[in-house]
Design a protein around this ligand. Structure first.
Ligand code: ZN
Length: 271
């Protein structure tokens, strides 16, 4: 919905406050989206890992669109402290994002040391929150399988291939085929293209039988170059899926596809 990098100055459609995020979730849910990857901002639009801000966003999403699946970010742009990055998971959302390795991103190292990813895998394990394994580079799959071997991740695993970020794997068909061939049978997967790769990679993923993530965290423009909104990006991939003959999952169908624990549906701690 928001990510850590975009600002309203870059695109006025960006939802920043809890009210704006909840209203935009509702628009996207009505357009067909079922899983929502959430970042939090402070009043100056700066990324924050403050659990109180996350709780306020979660409460408002639950009021606006009670059925959707909420996935909170543990991304490293908002802070480096291990406990701070784990804090959104301790709120017990149905899902959380989990990057199982390090890579370069514009202007920074996205740092996820072996010690940190083992710690965070332990938090997912203890809480029962379903991790979405964010794969920016192929070795991150191996790191996830190692954590599975240690008993910290439980199959079936769910992977998100994040391609096209400057500093990591480009968003090409060859890379997507290679990565989907590299995960264990029975895993589920989603593709996320950054910038201009967003919609082409989504189209490839839809054609290949995968799932898709789109949104303003990753890309601020529609394919015709006009300013995007989260709802317009959702409508764009829903139209592609419809043309190809792939059906859109409801939130409950997505829960079944992702093997989410039905008892965790409304477990998340609100404000
Ligand atoms: Zn994110």
């Amino acid at each position: 919905m928001t990510g850590n990098v975009p600002t309203r100055e870059m695109n006025p459609n960006l939802p920043v406050t809890s009210d704006e995020i909840a209203a935009d979730v509702k628009r996207c849910a009505d357009a067909g989206a079922s899983v929502f990857h959430i970042h939090a901002r402070d009043p100056q639009q700066k990324p924050t890992l403050n659990p109180k801000v996350f709780q306020e966003i979660v409460q408002k999403i639950k009021a606006a669109a009670p059925d959707v699946i909420i996935q909170l970010s543990t991304g490293g742009r908002a802070g480096k402290d291990w406990e701070d990055r784990a804090a959104p998971i301790r709120l017990l959302p149905e899902m959380g994002s989990f990057t199982t390795g390090s890579n370069n991103l514009p202007g920074m190292i996205y740092e996820n040391s072996p010690q940190f990813i083992e710690f965070l895998a332990g938090v997912f394990h203890q809480t029962g929150v379903k991790p979405e394994i964010e794969v920016f580079e192929a070795g991150m799959i191996n790191n996830a399988l190692f954590l599975q071997k240690k008993g910290l991740l439980t199959p079936p695993l769910h992977f998100n291939f994040v391609l096209g970020a400057p500093g990591a794997m480009p968003g090409t068909a060859r890379n997507l085929v290679f990565l989907t061939d590299s995960i264990p049978p029975g895993s589920t997967w989603t593709a996320t293209g950054i910038g201009k790769a967003e919609i082409p990679l989504a189209a490839m993923s839809i054609a290949m039988g995968g799932h898709v993530r789109v949104g303003m965290e990753d890309n601020l423009f529609l394919p015709d170059g006009s300013p995007a909104s989260n709802a317009k990006l959702t409508e764009t991939v829903v139209a592609i899926a419809n043309k190809i003959g792939r059906q859109i999952a409801s939130p409950d169908e997505a829960r079944a596809l992702l093997s989410l624990n039905p008892q965790h549906r409304d477990r998340v701690k609100t404000a």
